[in-house]
Design a protein around this ligand. Structure first.
Ligand code: LLP
Length: 455
């Protein structure tokens, strides 16, 4: 029986710890976040509940900013764009901005949340492979730092809409280098079969760059590349950086003044104690700076200002999801018993296990247990057998209805990809800091669902 996946309580203070910095285990065995016992949070806000450790997320954001500032100080500096797709709320966007970051928005909705949170338009950028006219217009009206243009057709559209506003649109071109990374490996291919960006290997990027230089309402300010997500190694970033920098050199030889380069997001995190330790922000940014430095020395070109777009690595480890245990069942397998522990949420608040076979861990957080550890599977309450919260985890054998379980590292793409499957209202997000809790996004109710249905 595999009992490897055990969530050690608050194991360390490091960047790659499974629990956020303000998580502690109280003397009676209950967990607290930012000095608030989880049973208090459950009593006040009900479960399931996303608990966001505000100081932890902000420290992560500031660490990225500092790392980037340090390594690019001798070049042309840099900016961190927080990838709002990972998680966004008005307050969170504002905190990221207060901590010196920009906001990368991928839709009108993300942009409006950031603006409503008080982030100036000049501190936001717009992404997306199929932006609407309304989204591009909103980006221009709000004077966004830049629009990341994803295709030649979109280049024409941005030019047209900028002309209508008598504005010059600052743009980046999103280019694909053939490098894909994610998890433990990266692959480099000449032909890419995916929807994002404009291909460098096929030569399409040259056409886009030339067209951008012709269009009167376009200012080609930067080139962009994003190679994947949950990347745990440096090689893919290095390879893509070299390709993007070479493309910049080509563009500059055509007369383009490309003063900025964006290496995208994708910096991986640990989800369980079994995952390998990812590079730190210092290591990631150092690798990028080494490529930029070498390229500048070789070509004599002016250094570009460099931006990056981390999402997951800022918000994922800062959040845990709190669930209440319901039904517990023992299922007999060929090699022993597996205990199925049902909780009051599931694939509607975290689709990642079902969608990507993502592994998580879980811990009993409302009390101590002296019972032996047993192999368990934490499942949700949805009408689907793939509704798994944690595939395989060792939990105390006496877990029973009413206990609280927490699943760490759920901040990225958890609430952001939550659904109302089975007409389950989406959980709220509570921010905790210094013994105080504030609701950032309120829990949905069945009344919200009824209000959407016009009968
Ligand atoms: N920049 C661009 C252009 C992106 O497409 C993404 C993520 C990011 C930045 C942020 O990447 P991060 O640092 O968060 O890895 N739903 C998937 C992840 C999709 C990522 C999409 N793009 C998941 O739950 O694993």
């Amino acid at each position: 029986m595999n009992l490897e996946n055990v969530a050690a309580p608050r194991p360390d203070n490091s960047w790659s710890g499974i629990w956020s910095q303000q998580v502690e285990v109280l003397p009676q065995g209950e967990y607290a976040v930012a000095k608030i016992p989880v049973s208090d949070l459950a009593a006040r806000f009900d479960t399931p509940l996303y608990i966001l450790d505000i100081a932890d997320a902000r420290a992560r954001a500031r660490r990225w900013k500092k790392a980037l500032d340090n390594v690019f100080a001798d070049l042309a500096g840099g900016d961190v764009y927080y990838a709002g797709k990972a998680f966004l709320s008005k307050a969170f966007a504002r905190w990221m901005w207060e901590d010196g970051l920009y906001i990368d928005a991928t839709s009108a909705g993300e942009l409006q949340i950031a603006l409503a949170g008080g982030v100036p338009g000049e501190r936001c950028a717009l992404h997306g492979n199929n932006k609407s006219r309304a989204e591009i217009t909103a980006a221009l009206e709000n004077n966004l730092a830049h629009i990341v243009v994803d295709s030649i057709a979109e280049l024409e559209l941005v030019n047209e809409l900028a002309a209508a506003q008598k504005k010059i649109a600052p743009i980046y071109l999103r280019l694909t280098s053939g490098v894909h990374a994610g998890g433990h490996e990266f692959i480099a291919t000449a032909h890419e079969d995916q929807k994002f960006g404009i291909s460098i290997p096929s030569g399409a990027s040259h056409l886009a760059i030339k067209r951008a230089l012709e269009l009167p309402y376009i200012r080609l300010q930067g080139l962009h590349s994003h190679i994947g997500s949950q990347i745990l190694q440096l090689d893919g970033f290095r390879a893509a950086a070299r390709i993007l920098l070479a493309e910049r050199a080509w563009a500059m030889a055509q007369g383009a003044e490309i003063s900025e380069i964006d290496f995208g997001g994708g910096y991986g995190v640990r989800y369980t104690e079994l995952d390998s330790i990812p590079p730190t922000p210092e290591e990631f940014t150092c690798a990028l700076a080494a490529e930029v430095g070498a390229h500048i020395a070789e070509t004599g070109l002016p250094a570009p200002r460099v931006s990056i777009e981390p999402g997951r690595s800022i918000i994922a480890p800062a959040v845990c999801t709190l669930y209440t245990v319901g039904t517990v069942k023992e299922v007999e397998l060929a090699d022993g018993i597996r205990r199925y522990i049902s909780v009051d949420g599931g694939m509607s608040d975290n689709i990642r296990p079902a969608l990507y076979a993502a592994d998580y861990t879980a811990a009993l957080v409302s009390r101590t247990s002296l019972a032996p550890l047993e192999r368990a599977r934490v499942v949700g309450k949805h009408c689907e057998s793939g509704d798994i919260v944690v595939h395989d985890v060792a939990l105390p054998a006496d877990i029973k209805a009413g206990d609280l379980l927490a699943v760490p590292v759920t901040g990225a793409y958890g609430r952001a990809m939550a659904s109302n499957y089975n007409m389950i209202p989406r959980p709220g997000v509570v921010g905790v800091r210094d013994g105080k809790a504030e609701m950032l996004i309120r829990r949905e109710t069945v009344a919200d669902l009824l209000a959407l249905d016009l009968g």
